[in-house]
Design a protein around this ligand. Structure first.
Ligand code: NAP
Length: 243
């Protein structure tokens, strides 16, 4: 009953490193060809592509700031010309900020919401017509435990990640009968560059350790292969928040 991902085209945003890289590799291992989006770390994105090619799948790097509509449109055009239409969209690119509460500015708020939340709207709107036409699609939004507990960073980060859950629910509802599932993954805390500056250690996590990017990636593959899970948030958080 599980869908075969062989030959499906995946776009993973922020796949030069961290969770996005692990998701890109796991989807390739499951048979997908992958567009590897990044913002500035071209060499790391190229390394993700080379690793995917060694798995026998096609891959390209695509630089774009996912918070900008024109760059999103340009990126998807490049993917369609080089790999094909996007079947699996993983909205993973994100930023965090560890500023003191009183120092968060309107500009910080706008940038956080644009990169972490608006990007998912822009990308989903852009790839949906193709998914609808083919009657198959998977959209996976990388949220955070911060959406559920407030987390350990700022309100702008928590709000952006909670916004992703509302966006997930709405798209899932609109797409029930279109063959397109829309789900969120809410991780915490995963050992990547993002948690390096965090003033919190593994003692915060009930299981006593940070998670590994592969532990999130495995859930993304599960969601990509399963057509009966939609509108859900899958928690990968070491027991920090239970639902
Ligand atoms: P990371 O190691 O800091 O990697 C961030 C990725 O996003 C990089 O590939 C980066 O590209 C890309 N990126 C940043 N801004 C971008 C933009 N405007 N346009 C395109 N790409 C952009 O982060 P991570 O820990 O893997 O986190 C991935 C996702 O999981 C994020 O949404 C994060 O909020 C979420 N998350 C992480 C944790 C955790 O504990 N790590 C927990 C919960 C949720 P460059 O390499 O080119 O800079």
């Amino acid at each position: 009953m599980l869908d075969d991902l062989t030959g499906k085209i995946a776009l993973v945003t922020g796949a030069s490193r961290g969770i996005g890289r692990a998701v890109a590799l796991a989807l390739a291992q499951a048979g997908a060809d992958v567009a590897v989006n990044y913002l500035v770390r071209e060499a790391q994105a190229l390394d993700t592509v080379k690793t995917i090619e060694r798995l026998g799948r096609r891959a390209i790097t695509v630089r774009a700031d996912v918070s900008r509509a024109a760059e999103v449109a340009g990126m998807v055009e490049v993917i369609e010309a080089n790999l094909g239409q996007v079947d699996i969209l993983v909205n993973n690119a994100g930023i965090v900020s560890h500023q003191p509460l009183a120092e968060i500015t309107e500009e910080d708020w706008d940038r956080m919401l644009a990169v972490n939340l608006k990007s998912a709207f822009l990308l989903t709107q852009r790839v949906l017509p193709g998914m609808r036409a083919r009657g198959w699609g998977r959209i996976i939004n990388i949220s955070s435990v911060a959406a559920q507990t407030g987390g350990v960073t700022g309100p702008h980060y928590a709000a952006s990640k909670a916004g992703l859950l509302g966006l997930t629910h709405s798209y899932a509802r609109h797409l029930f009968t279109a063959g397109i599932t829309v789900n969120a993954i809410a991780p915490a805390l995963i050992e990547t560059d993002m948690v390096v500056d965090l003033k919190a250690g593994p003692e915060l996590i009930p299981v006593g350790r940070f998670g590994a990017p592969d532990e999130v990636a495995a859930v993304a593959v599960l969601l990509a292969r399963n057509g009966y899970i939609t509108g859900q948030t899958i928690n990968v958080n070491g027991g920090w928040y239970m639902s």
